[in-house]
Ligand binder design. Structure first.
Ligand code: FES
Length: 481
């Protein structure tokens, strides 16, 4: 058995190829980048567009509606016969956006449902994050007897990763995941716990090439993970058999390494120059609305509509949000979400041109928030989880699914141990519902033993149950047994 050839297509893109299977996961290859021309794959993967057949496939898997995973321009050019696999999320946003882009052959897959890819036993399934607050998912693929859990940007829990191992009948051959700085500690723990044969870390959120945003670039070489680690640049490949592997490096990257800061800086400079036209096109496509355009009225109507979507979210948000909108028709506008309090807990500064794009339905709040073309400030300890949930989803079905998830058996508890001490604690994290049976660790802190929820690293005192580093409801802790 030769084993599949897995190739990086940049960012979280992975190509899996066998003699009778070509599968592309989350290809992001269009020259215009994503999120209003703000983010681009790092490093530049544009040379791959000239590689014959590399971006052809019978199957394409798209993990989320986020524009660095759902490259609409690329997907809209696919042949009608290509089957596009997507996770079945509580809302139809991903499906609707693909359909609107002209994608015909969409295969919506429930979590853990197997999709046969060939008639030789290769298959794929999706593993959505546990909490419906984030619509992100991993792909679990078995090809030629080799397994890959391709996490995209999904944060899978230990229990989900263990189930993936059970599904494939043993250790994972390749675990590919986002090991950027903010996730690194959690990823390290996961890798240590599940012991894949190979781990492939890939880049974080992409890079910024608009001169206005380049200050946000912070390219960090992936850190050391406790497993045999493959760092693949766009165009690099690895052939994996059940007992061995062999990397094939793309000569395009001679002289480049993440750890070489001069090479990274030079690359960013050349890359930015090569995308100047695409970025200029974005600015031209979104002109500043004229004074008297009615932007403020459209803004107010928009938030009335959003506020009606979920009384549950309004109750959880309960804050005033201030928008400082720059432009000929801008102003300072407050939105009261579930409160009449005049004090703003969150302040957003944004240019009217980008806000208009959201109000007009051309882009989603998610695109704007991820673009860095909006600046966010907040009062210390203000918890924006539900505010951002409302904006990111802006969909009644998605919000209802989160409410249902939050309301799961609130009295359920779980027993956790640390050394010879045992604690009985609330099972589901009061922040966003992570199952603490699998998604928590007990750690020493200056305040004593804490339970750390690995979903967002909130610490809860195992003495008082109080959340120590954020504004969040406490957990209930029964006395140590
Ligand atoms: S779910 Fe966010 S910290 Fe627990």
């Amino acid at each position: 058995m030769r084993g599949p050839l897995m190739s990086s297509t940049g960012h979280a893109g992975l190509r899996v190829e066998t003699p009778d299977l070509r599968l592309l996961c989350d290809p992001w290859v269009s020259p215009g980048g994503a999120f209003l021309g703000s983010r681009f794959p790092f490093p530049d993967n544009s040379h791959l567009r000239a590689v014959p057949r590399l971006l052809e496939a019978e199957w394409v898997a798209v993990s989320s509606a986020q524009a660095d995973h759902m490259d609409v321009e690329f997907l809209s050019g696919l042949d009608e016969s290509v089957r596009v696999v997507i996770p079945a999320y509580p809302s139809s946003v991903l499906h609707d956006r693909l359909s609107a882009a002209g994608v015909k052959n969409i295969v919506e897959v429930e979590g853990w449902q197997r999709v046969p890819l060939t008639d030789r036993g290769d298959w794929l399934t999706v593993v959505p994050e546990q909490s419906p607050m984030a619509h992100r998912a991993a792909f679990l693929v078995v090809a030629d007897g080799v397994s890959v859990l391709h996490c995209n940007d999904a944060r899978l829990s230990l229990s989900q990763t263990r189930r993936a191992m059970i599904e494939v009948g043993g250790p994972l051959d390749l675990l590919a995941l986002d090991a950027s700085e903010e996730r690194f500690r959690a990823v390290k723990r996961l890798v240590r716990a599940v012991k894949p044969r190979l781990v492939m870390p890939y880049g974080g959120p992409g890079c910024f090439l608009d001169p206005e945003l380049m200050e946000h670039n912070a390219v960090v070489a992936p850190g050391e993970l406790p497993a045999e680690t493959l760092t693949l640049l766009p165009g690099d490949s690895v052939r994996i058999t059940p007992t061995s592997y062999e990397c094939v490096r793309d000569p395009h990257w001679e002289g480049f390494a993440y750890s070489d800061s001069v090479a990274v800086a030079n690359h960013l400079e050349t890359y930015a120059a090569s995308r100047a036209q695409e970025i200029a096109d974005v600015w031209e496509a979104y002109p500043d609305p004229d004074a008297g355009s009615g932007l403020e009225d459209r803004f107010a109507e928009h938030f009335v509509r959003l506020g009606r979507m979920s009384p549950y979210f309004l109750e959880r948000i309960a804050m005033t949000v201030r928008f400082k909108v720059a432009g000929a028709d801008g102003g300072v506008w407050d939105v009261h979400l579930g409160t009449t309090d005049e004090t703003a807990q969150y302040t957003f500064r944004v240019e009217a041109r980008w806000l208009e794009a959201v109000l007009g339905g051309e882009i989603r709040w998610e695109d704007l928030l991820l673009s860095r073309r909006i600046h966010v400030e907040h009062a210390p300890e203000a918890d924006g989880s539900y505010l951002f949930g409302l904006l990111m989803h802006a969909d009644a079905d998605a919000l209802q699914a989160i409410e249902d998830y939050d309301k799961r058996d609130p009295d359920s508890t779980v027993t956790l141990t640390s050394g010879d001490r045992t604690f009985e604690v609330t099972r589901y994290c009061p922040h966003s519902g992570e199952d603490l049976a699998e998604g928590a660790v007990i750690d020493e802190a200056p305040e004593g033993l804490v339970l750390r929820c690995l979903a967002h690293n909130f610490d809860f005192s195992l003495t008082t149950g109080l959340c120590l580093n954020a504004r969040c409801e406490p957990i209930v802790v029964a006395a140590p047994v």
